[in-house]
Ligand binder design. Structure first.
Ligand code: HEC
Length: 188
């Protein structure tokens, strides 16, 4: 018999011994010497009902499969929730720039890109106005973060800020400018 096989058998035996002693303890705990349970089982005691299994959530999708998809689409929302996400990520990106944390800066840039691309998949009429932001402003930030070029990165972030505002202007929601400015102010 090889050394390896002997070790394997020894491991199996000690596992079996362990399992048996667990069974022994459980049985000892359940029964006294005369065979009656020492601790009455929970279901035998009316004052202590068994814990109820959690109630399954009430299904909220209604109607046919098509109607359910439409409902899910509504819940996935348009650009508003994505913009709240992008606002947060933009703030973190600015802070990553301050601490020169290039990996984190790349991460946030990627997520802004991804979140916006998914959002325009849901709202294709916003695709055109997001193009300069995605293809120029954001990709410049990414390039600078990858190059770990602080000066280039700071300049790219300034242009990114204008990129946000330009798209808001194109989309007739320029009143968000103060919100975008506030994110920048908070990240100083
Ligand atoms: C497609 C072009 C586009 C780009 C690029 C863009 N936004 Fe927006 N943003 C919008 C639109 C459209 C809305 C309004 C959404 C709505 O009304 O459903 C909006 C809304 C917002 C809001 C308000 C969200 C809310 O509901 O509270 C914030 C904050 C915001 N954007 C931040 C940013 C920041 C920061 C950037 C840049 C990093 C940016 N946006 C880039 C189009 C854009």
């Amino acid at each position: 018999m090889t050394q390896k096989r002997q070790t394997l058998i020894a491991m199996l035996l000690s596992f079996l011994a362990g399992a048996l002693s667990v069974v022994g303890f459980v049985l000892l705990g359940q029964f006294s010497q005369d065979g009656h349970p020492l601790v009455p089982a929970a279901h035998a005691n009316a004052a202590q009902p068994l814990p109820q299994p959690p109630t399954p959530p009430t299904p909220w999708l209604k109607g046919t499969a098509d109607e359910k998809f439409t409902q899910i689409e509504r819940h996935l929302r348009g650009l508003d929730v994505t913009m709240a996400e992008i606002g947060y990520r933009y703030g973190e990106l600015l802070l990553a720039g301050k601490t020169r944390n290039w990996e984190y800066a790349q991460y946030q840039t990627e997520k802004i890109d991804f979140a916006l691309r998914l959002a325009i998949e849901r709202r294709p009429k916003r695709a055109k106005s997001s193009e300069p932001f995605l293809n120029e402003s954001l990709s410049e930030v990414m390039k600078a973060a990858k190059a770990k070029d602080a000066e280039q990165f700071d300049a790219a972030l300034e242009r990114l800020h204008s990129g946000c505002v330009q798209c808001h202007k194109a989309e007739n929601v320029l009143y968000f400018k103060e919100s975008v400015d506030r994110i920048k102010e908070r990240s100083k």
